[in-house]
Write a protein that binds this ligand. Structure first.
Ligand code: ATP
Length: 256
């Protein structure tokens, strides 16, 4: 199977005084349709940089970024914007909803900016809000919703463009334990239902078993992806059997 998101030998350098800092250092990443991939690592290790490059918001210094088979690194800025709108959904830690718009309008606005017809947008927005458990809150404004509900609107909004890739940055950082778990469960559900290649940056290692695979970033380098739990090996035909069962090789392999 061809990966939906494929980063090949990606390096991202920033000027750092007289030298350069490698925010990403020869990163390879493959995420398939319907795979929920989590990314962990210490602060400053390059997780946000990886998401930004995968989202085509930042061009890598070298390497390839392939989305649904298309090489984003060879595209002009306008083409890149189209690719991002068509193929990529981004969910940031803070929902950044517009205070004056209802939940359904938050979603329609995104589609309007994509130039899609309004009638279909309302139908899809209503369906998606139902999927994320907000079918009875379509006309509520952000201040009438809880933090968890606002994050659900954020997730539904990211799905409006029918993305193939879903990039999620610390979705539970502002939520309590119960709401955090329900948000990660929702991301699991939408990854399955819409077959997105989902990458989630998280500090919440507790919820990793809800995902399929996990890799650790350190100093811009991405470690080997391993199954996130003994019960999530089913999506790893490409991994060798020893990699599929890392818990058999002792705890050091699973140190997040
Ligand atoms: N725009 C930038 N200009 C210069 N250096 C940057 C820039 N963005 C990130 N960096 C540096 O790149 C490295 C990786 O940063 P990045 O934000 O990707 O890490 P992170 O793992 O997401 O950290 P955190 O968990 O704290 O968000 C850090 O050393 C950071 O200081």
């Amino acid at each position: 199977m061809n990966p939906v998101l494929n980063l090949v030998n990606v390096t991202l350098e920033y000027p750092d005084g007289d030298s350069t800092l490698k925010a990403l250092d020869a990163v390879d990443l493959r995420v398939d349709a319907g795979e929920f991939f989590s990314l962990v690592g210490p602060s400053g290790s390059g997780k946000s940089s990886l998401l930004a490059v995968a989202a085509t918001l930042v061009r890598p210094s070298s390497g390839l970024v392939l989305i649904d088979g298309m090489d984003a690194t060879g595209l002009k800025d306008t083409e890149l914007t189209s690719l991002r709108r068509e193929k990529v959904g981004i969910i940031f830690q803070q929902p950044n909803l517009l205070p004056s718009l209802t939940a359904v309008e938050q979603l329609i606005l995104g589609d309007h900016l994509r130039g899609k017809p309004a009638v279909r947008a309302r139908k899809r927005a209503t369906e998606l809000l139902d999927v994320v458990g907000l079918g009875t809150s379509l006309n509520k404004r952000p201040h009438q919703l809880s933090g968890g509900q606002r994050q659900r609107v954020n997730i539904a909004r990211a799905l409006m463009g029918q993305p193939r890739v879903l990039l999620v940055d610390e979705p539970t950082a502002a939520l309590d334990h119960e709401r955090s778990e329900s948000i990660v469960r929702l991301l699991r559900q939408v990854t399955d239902e819409f077959a997105t290649a989902t990458v989630m940056v998280t500090h919440d290692t507790e919820f990793l078993p809800l995902t399929d695979s996990v890799a650790t970033m350190r100093d811009g380098r991405l470690g080997l992806a391993v199954p996130a739990s003994p019960t999530s090996p089913h999506r790893h035909p490409r991994l060798a059997s020893s990699a599929r069962e890392p818990w058999r090789r002792g705890p050091t392999q699973m140190s997040f």
